[in-house]
Write a protein that binds this ligand. Structure first.
Ligand SMILES: [Zn+2]
Length: 715
């Protein structure tokens, strides 16, 4: 659920924040002439390949930075011309002109973002470091331009009298809100305070990240007797020995992962070592030393509350959620709160089974968080008896892709996919496909980059090289990146069930991108709020287990025999395993995030640990055996990353996806007619209208959390 992020790099965020998008398909002869040394830089002009696919055979690593810098320069000049236009503001000469601006910056940044994530190297990393602050400054320069804002404000105030379409009106509102949220309406004094708060927030956020990294490294647990490692596999033990050597220490070093529970705890037989590891994890940045993050958290919470107050909101969560689908923190809070009873009840039932195993083995202790995974693993084996290696033989990558993922999309939406070999790729593993609509017209170009390699970051994601843009007439050029283990030459790539789900998930994002039919690029495709963006992708995962789809792809890689029913049943049942724990730890962290960010300005927290304890008790989610997925002192999503008051978003999107799937099931499941309705009302609209209303119109009612509870086995 929580492992996949979309467009997560700083570059992409900067882009989204200032909204540059692909515009007209014009070459830039003047600027090219102005840069003779870069005359051969292929990024400086629009690609002449089909659908403007990036010319990876000609782009050099050193081409990105100068192209992006030149792109910023051109974009600012275009924005300047819009702001200084002597004509009175119109939708066309202001809002639409902004949509057309920044073509070079968008083109170069989208390709750069793809490379720094999927195939990076020291040259690209160095360029990234240089560009990040420049892109942030570029965004400020646009948002703090008073002449530009005056035009946007005029159009916003007149929006009901200008004869705008719904999409145009929505876009005017987006632009206006974007500028207001950046402080455009404030007095000069308040703007100065806001800038100062922003600067302080940025440095505290960086400081939090640095302290947490140091604290996590320092929190590693050193083991000096090999016997204590009993239960770990040889690979893990070797890695621990290597980690100790690298740190100049004797023995085995168990390094901490980012979440509360540590993976070794599922295998370690030595209970005292499991407890030592858990304590090291939970208190990693709360030891009263130089790496203690608690003072940083206190100040961050306070300054965010003040920032929200300056911008006219009750608290920071209200500010952060105002432009999300939930709209208000109370809505997000209710969603989480409503799930607490079912999740904790299920977690308690799971704990009872764990305790039964402990007692059966004469353990003589009460099972706690440190024991959970160790005994849950035994419960899993006893209850599901699922042989992972056997399951993989039925999930061969190419078959899952064509007979599963593409098949489901064909049945639902009528699209067909065919591989092409003429477009240049950035790595030999990358495959390229044309995607056609039912009437034979081309919808998109789709790249798949399936395998792990050292130049690729972890996880799986989707992105665009070219976005759907009704103004420029471009169709989307989309990529999916996965991290599957590359088989030896001549061997098939066999996936786990989790990896199968990921393939469906990322292609769900791709469908959201390729069905887009908006006029304006800044609101096309997946340019939607965070608590909506994971909806189409998580929804698409649901087809993986759908009988008609599953039977079509789950076939033995050698014999082509379908998966035996008994094994398929086990795969199906195993999905609800341990969901009480997983849901409870997630809810606890999400509620902590909201509790911190719903503090009023001036209401500083004196004691971080006491505040956390009270908040968890208040929401009835203070189970000793199920600590939050992240405690406050190492909750990097909200203090070091971009998820402040936003950790709930995964769950918000998940409610939608199960609720939507419920609608499909009630209406005959996998049918072309159901697909047509979903495509028309959800997948094609980008953010061109109010999404809560669009969902209501699709579903005939507001989303309900019940189908999610059922799917997770919490009912
Ligand atoms: Zn996703």
């Amino acid at each position: 659920m929580l492992r996949k992020l979309l467009l997560s790099s700083a570059i992409a965020l900067a882009l989204t924040a200032c909204g540059e998008r692909p515009a007209t398909d014009t070459a830039m002869p003047d600027s090219t002439a102005a840069l003779p040394a870069q005359a051969a830089n292929p990024l400086l002009s629009a690609s002449t390949l089909p659908f403007q696919a990036p010319p990876f055979d000609r782009i050099r690593d050193t081409d990105y930075q100068p192209a992006i810098e030149e792109g910023m320069r051109q974009h600012l000049a275009e924005i300047r011309a819009i702001a200084d236009n002597p004509e009175p503001p119109t939708f066309a000469n202001t809002i639409e002109a902004m949509e057309r601006a920044g073509a070079l910056l968008t083109r170069a940044s989208l390709a750069f973002e793809a490379m720094t994530s999927a195939h990076t190297n020291p040259t690209l990393q160095a360029a990234e470091e240089v560009l990040a602050p420049k892109l942030a400054g570029h965004s400020d320069a646009i948002h703090l331009d008073p002449a530009l804002f005056a035009r946007i404000r005029f159009l916003y105030e007149q929006r009901d009298t200008l004869g705008l379409t719904e999409e145009q009106k929505t876009l005017v509102e987006h632009r206006y809100n974007q500028f207001v949220r950046a402080g455009a309406l404030l007095s000069e004094t308040d703007k100065a305070e806001l800038r100062q708060l922003n600067a302080e927030e940025s440095s505290l956020t960086t400081a939090f990240g640095a302290k947490l990294l140091a604290a996590t490294n320092a929190g590693a647990v050193l083991v000096t007797e090999r016997a204590r490692l009993d239960g770990l596999d040889d690979g893990t033990i070797d890695a621990a020995a290597e980690a100790a050597r690298a740190a100049g220490r004797q023995g085995w070093l168990l390094e901490l992962q980012n979440t509360t529970l540590q993976p070794q705890m599922a295998a370690l037989k030595d209970r005292s070592l499991r407890e030592e590891l858990l304590a090291a994890s939970m208190n990693r940045a709360a030891r009263g030393d130089a790496n203690d993050t608690r003072a940083t958290i206190q100040r961050l919470a306070q300054l965010r509350a003040r920032k929200a107050q300056l911008l006219g909101f009750d608290n920071y969560a209200a500010y952060a959620i105002a432009n999300q689908m939930a709209g208000r923190p109370e809505v997000a809070l209710k969603l989480l709160n409503d799930t607490v009873p079912a999740a904790t009840a299920r977690a308690r039932a799971e704990l009872a089974k764990i305790q039964a195993v402990v007692d059966q083995q004469g353990g003589g202790f009460t099972a706690g968080a440190a024991d959970w995974d160790f005994y849950a693993e035994q419960v899993r084996k006893a209850e599901y008896d699922l042989d992972e290696a056997e399951v993989r033989k039925y999930f061969e990558l190419d078959r899952v892709l064509k007979d599963g993922v593409f098949f489901a999309a064909h049945e639902l939406y009528g699209i067909t996919v065919s591989e092409r070999h003429d477009l240049p790729v950035y790595h030999p593993d990358v495959r390229v496909f044309d995607v056609f609509d039912a009437d034979g017209s081309q919808l998109a170009v789709f790249y798949l980059d399936p395998f792990k390699r050292p130049s690729k970051r972890g996880g799986a994601w989707m992105g665009n090289f070219v976005e759907q843009d009704g103004l420029a007439g471009t169709i989307p050029v989309i990529y999916n990146v996965e991290n599957y283990t590359k088989p030896a030459p001549g061997q098939p790539a066999l996936l786990s069930y989790d990896e199968v789900t990921t393939l469906f998930h990322e292609f769900g994002h791709a469908l959201h991108g390729l069905f887009s039919k908006t006029t304006y690029p800044s609101i096309s495709g997946t340019n939607v709020p965070r608590d909506f963006v994971e909806f189409p992708s998580q929804f698409n995962e649901r087809w993986a287990l759908y009988p008609q789809v599953f039977a079509n792809y789950a076939k033995h890689y050698l014999t082509g025999e379908p998966m035996p029913q008994a094994l398929a049943d086990k795969v199906n049942r195993a999905r609800t395993f341990n969901q009480g724990y997983a849901t409870t730890e997630y809810l606890a962290a999400s509620l902590l995030d909201l509790a911190w960010h719903m503090l009023p300005a001036g209401g500083g927290v004196q004691d971080v640990d006491a505040f956390e304890k009270q908040a968890l008790a208040k929401y009835g989610i203070d189970l000793a055996a199920v600590p939050p997925r992240y405690r406050s002192n190492y909750f990097n999503h909200v203090w070091g990353g971009g998820y402040a008051a936003g950790y709930y978003a995964y769950f918000g999107a998940e409610v939608l996806d199960h609720d939507a799937f419920d609608w499909f099931e009630q209406n005959g499941g996998l049918t072309r007619e159901n697909g047509r309705i979903f495509r028309e009302k959800i997948l094609s609209i980008g953010h061109s209208r109010d999404l809560a209303r669009a969902y209501r119109e699709f579903r005939g009612k507001d989303p309900s959390v019940e189908p999610l509870l059922e799917f997770r086995g919490l009912k």
